[in-house]
Write a protein that binds this ligand. Sequence first.
Ligand SMILES: *[C@@H]1O[C@H](CO)[C@@H](O)[C@H](O)[C@H]1NC(C)=O
Ligand SMILES: *[C@@H]1O[C@H](CO)[C@@H](O)[C@H](O)[C@H]1NC(C)=O
Ligand SMILES: *[C@@H]1O[C@H](CO)[C@@H](O)[C@H](O)[C@H]1NC(C)=O
Ligand SMILES: *[C@@H]1O[C@H](CO)[C@@H](O)[C@H](O)[C@H]1NC(C)=O
Length: 770
Amino acid sequence: MRMFEPPKPAAVLLLVLVLWYSAESAIAVPSRSQLHQDALQEQRPLVFAQQGNGEVVEIGETKGLKGRFLHITDFHPDPFYEPYTSTSSDNACHSGHGPAGYYGAETSDCDSPLTLVNATFAWIAQHLASEIDFIVWTGDSARHDNDESIPRTESQVIAQNRLLVSHFRTVFGKHNGDEGDDDPTNDFTVPIVPSIGNNDILPHNIFEEGPNHWTKQYASLWRSFIPEEQRHAFEQGGWFYVEVVPDHLAVFSLNTMYFFGKNAGVDGCADSGEPGYEAFEWLRVRLQLLRERGMKAILSGHVPPARTDSKTQWDETCWQKYALWLRQYRDVIVGGLWGHMNVEHFMLQDFHEIDWNVLEVDGTGEDDSNQGSTKKHEDGEFGIASSQDYLKDLREQWADLPTPPPGMFQEELVKEALSSISDDARPEWEVEHFVRHQPRALKAKKTKEEKQREQFLKEIGGKWHERYGISLVSASVVPNFFPTMRVFEYNTTGIDLQNAFDKDGKTGLMRAEEVLQRLAQNQAVDEQLGEDSDDEAAERKKHKKKKGKKSKRPKFTIPAPPSKSTPPGPAYSPQPFTLLGYSQYYANLTEINNDFHDSSLAASTYSSAAEEGWQETGEAWMDWFGSILKWKEGKHHDKKPNKSKPRPKEFSFQIEYDTRHDKLYKLKDLTVGSWVKLARRIGTKEKIDDATISDDDLVTHLEDSRSLIEEEGRNVEDGKEVDTEKKHKHKKGKKKKDKKKHKKNKVWHAFINRAFVSTMDPGEIDDKYQ
Ligand SMILES: *[C@@H]1O[C@H](CO)[C@@H](O)[C@H](O)[C@H]1NC(C)=O
Ligand SMILES: *[C@@H]1O[C@H](CO)[C@@H](O)[C@H](O)[C@H]1NC(C)=O
Ligand SMILES: *[C@@H]1O[C@H](CO)[C@@H](O)[C@H](O)[C@H]1NC(C)=O
Ligand SMILES: *[C@@H]1O[C@H](CO)[C@@H](O)[C@H](O)[C@H]1NC(C)=O
């Protein structure tokens, strides 16, 4: 890196910041309480309040927070798409004659027609625009290079990205006439945080160290989204952040191209010469600043930190740093939002997997201590994994989650029992009393249980499951399945926006960022490297003890952990900015395109396409062999439309499921603890009457088991039905199933169904995902 120099330990940097503040009082950063006091003293009305992207408005005009935001990803607009062309790999919905629908060829690898993009924004304008506080938009906003006769060009990639920006402007632009002023960031009604996808650059998957052509292109294209003071940093690395709730919450756009294992232009995050290394330095300093200011952060980016035996997206050194950062800043980070894989799912980052042998590799390229990890994460080694392998791997991981001892939540059971006797809920003290005065036998048992309970809590990182981080992957707009998007709800209790801005309409964080930018350009400061903070020293010492003599000094500053007195962060315990739930929306293109209604006709061919053909769209399709691999032709591929002109129905998204009311997932919120419980339920394979099963939510568990039994009964019936009605269908699969009589884990099946946005035939899920 030319402009950014090597590590800046947080302690030194912050000290410098403090000095800088006192030296330059003109840019002093007022604390929140200071501002508050000023306001009180002057007895002036609190005139400053945020509106959307940080514009300062009079308090009377404040819209207030809606407590919702949109996550949307992977549009892949394709201006060459033509309806009623062929979905085959040779045609890619550009030519030939076939089933490509007016709004897109669902379940195929074709890209999105502009009609779909248009209709999606029109729908958002009508149904969401006034309901959300900000937008996380995680990239891949250009078509794939999927047609030899129309190769992708740079001007296409940019024009398609520009098209999407203009759509966002149409729906979320203020249109107040000041678009021409010198502040492009005040043109939108809500903050929008885009990130760079692997198809937003050329050649796709290759992204070199910045500043480069592409970082400059996007600095220009996204000038309305990137805060002024970060423009320069963005040109360096393609990363930035936005205070989506000023002085309270920031969304980070990470440039995952620098973490992406497939990016041949860079090499991981361990070597201080790599942009991936710089990305984590940049992120650490900002997260530290947010911590100091009592703010929270959502991380986002295009390529998710997927890491299973069959599929790994990031270079291992980047994953390691990410996990370490998540752990150290677990008081700040709300969670991670990602796109790219098109399969909707979630993943847990297990902090026990943090491996100092990987983190400590020095820059010489010698890797005597990290053989295990490099081997595992060599890209070509897995070949092209199917979604089936990947999702099953996830389940295997989750099957190994620590299980609470039976009876761990006895108190809750007692409470439940008590409350069902009487209409009045029993007070805490009464329950405690009851438990304490149980018969001796029970009591003796309980001390043993108590031990197990302690052991369990130790294993999962305490009551709030602080052993894990959470990453949520949304499926795409491009209809590899059905077009989809997510609206999150978050906790806005007690969030006070009144003192977010100073008299110049700046937040403390904006001030600090200005200083950081100046420091970055003032290279002299970067010389001040060196001393570990106490926390770092302690961390290193701990590590040394574990690893013995082999320890090498890490070449990076270890982020400071939360202080001992800091309560758990919003990812762990319910508080402001904790994610409460999300609604997953989808557009049923089969219905809307209105071409093929007899879905049973295509069921068999389609389902195998959905399950085997998954390839992160275009990712693998020319990977290593230079030939087309596993192109998905979609469920209608063998059909021809019976019309000369498309007659689509009215376009609309509908709710696939809403976690706040979902009886299968039972997520009472989106804290890590809730996800761990869900993951454990998905991972469960034993039969329900096995005494070995336990769950920390026994009631949930009983319900699950009841549905397991019901499901099985229904399956057999279904089987008969199918056998008599459609003898020729799924014959093989059915037979197998009847013989095996597998117990069905309803939650796992729901997870699979949702991974493919409800496009997969339930019978197929039964067969393939036992
Ligand atoms: C999309 O909408 C714009 C106007 O909003 C229109 O000019 C354009 O023709 C539309 N494109 C398609 C493909 O429907
Ligand atoms: C939101 O946060 C508040 C206070 O931090 C908490 O009391 C409340 O229970 C939370 N709400 C939900 C729905 O979790
Ligand atoms: C989508 O629409 C088709 C055709 O109307 C219907 O058969 C199918 O069940 C629908 N799927 C979902 C998930 O809504
Ligand atoms: C096309 O659909 C019409 C009814 O909409 C039907 O009468 C006709 O037989 C169909 N033609 C073919 C070739 O399927």
